[in-house]
Ligand binder design. Structure first.
Ligand code: MG
Length: 343
């Protein structure tokens, strides 16, 4: 099989604000794996905090040797070899993994959810993210999210309760909350979570910085709402440590190297009675269609990446009104709608 790639830049509809900065664009790399007349597409999305870039992804992809693989293949086996090339590089690895799964589905003529034994009717609704902003912009974003039944609110900037009160003044939709490692004091965090429970918040993601497992365990033991690990849980090997410290985990393909490992994480989380959220970075419908095939196994989904960008160069999973409708097309169901590969 033959692997090629194309660096690309996604543009956000709104500047993307988190506690430590603002971004208008995000780098991605699209991959393409061709074999026997079939083409699988993948994507790496690199949020700055994980340390990957166009350069690092390209340098990694140059080391991936797939030429000797012919005919049908086991993506888990191929990904073991890819994972062993170098430490880290999770998004670069995910771009290969997604393209491999897309290719395999196309070669077998089956959508991914069918290969995974997932029932598409069990897919939950995706949340729509309301990023940090001033009151006026937050109200505008809530207005823009009108068609989506669940909101996910980015917090951790110091005026969290005010932001929630602002949103609650205009909508009674279910809300989840992502503190993005922004809280420091555990007693204050617990008090805040009790207030959030009164505001019908569903769950709270990543309260403290990622290595504070003891403080997360303290909070999880006392919290009236589920506490979910995001930054604290990157890969399969992190789950054992998270099991005692959180109620659940946020699985993202760009953190965990792709679908092969994500499926193992789902199995491990189920075994340990952890709740499962399937999330994404800023991604097109390429990577998000792959992640969406896992959502029938999840309690919640946060796959609004394609809804927040201007240049979604793939058509894929239908997220209309927040409902995840998986494509019945073979593979991920993502279809390139723009000549990003120059052909
Ligand atoms: Mg998060």
């Amino acid at each position: 099989m033959k692997l090629t790639w194309q660096p690309y830049t996604l543009e956000f509809k709104h500047p993307f604000r988190i506690a430590h900065g603002v971004r208008n664009t995000t780098p991605v790399v699209f991959t393409r794996i061709e074999q026997d007349g079939f083409t699988g597409y993948g994507e790496a999305s690199m949020p700055p905090y994980l340390g990957e870039s166009h350069d690092s992804v390209l340098a990694f992809l140059k080391q991936v040797q797939l030429e000797s693989i012919n005919g049908l293949f086991d993506p888990d086996e191929v990904m073991q070899t890819v994972d062993a090339i170098a430490e880290g590089n999770a998004a670069a690895k995910a771009s290969v993994d997604i393209a491999l799964h897309d290719l395999l589905g196309k070669m077998k003529g089956k959508p991914l959810y069918e290969l995974f034994g997932a029932d598409p009717a069990s897919a939950p609704c995706t949340s729509f993210t309301i990023g940090m902003d001033d009151t006026e912009m937050i109200l505008q974003k809530v207005e823009e999210a009108q068609g989506y039944p669940i909101l996910k609110v980015k917090l951790g900037g110091g005026d969290d309760i005010h932001i929630l009160e602002t949103i609650r003044s205009v909508t009674d939709k279910p809300l989840s909350v992502d503190a993005n490692q922004g809280w420091n004091n555990k007693e204050e965090a617990l008090e805040m979570i009790y207030r959030m429970k009164d505001m019908q918040v569903t769950f709270v993601e990543q309260p403290f910085s990622k290595n504070r497992f003891g403080d997360h365990a303290w909070l999880t033991e006392r919290s009236p709402l589920p506490v979910i690990a995001d930054e604290s849980c990157q890969r399969l090997s992190d789950i054992a440590r998270c099991a005692g410290s959180f109620h659940g985990i946020n699985i993202k393909l760009m953190k965990c190297t792709g679908l092969s490992e994500a499926r193992k994480m789902i199995g491990e989380a189920q075994k340990r009675n952890l709740k499962i959220l399937i999330g994404c970075m800023s991604e097109t419908s390429c990577a998000v269609s792959a992640a969406a095939a896992l959502t029938p196994f999840a309690n919640w989904a946060d796959l609004d990446g394609p809804l927040l960008i201007k240049n979604n160069v793939f058509n894929g999973v239908d997220l209309d009104k927040g409902k995840i409708r998986l494509s019945a097309l073979p593979g991920t169901g993502a279809v390139l709608n723009s000549p990003v590969f120059g052909t």
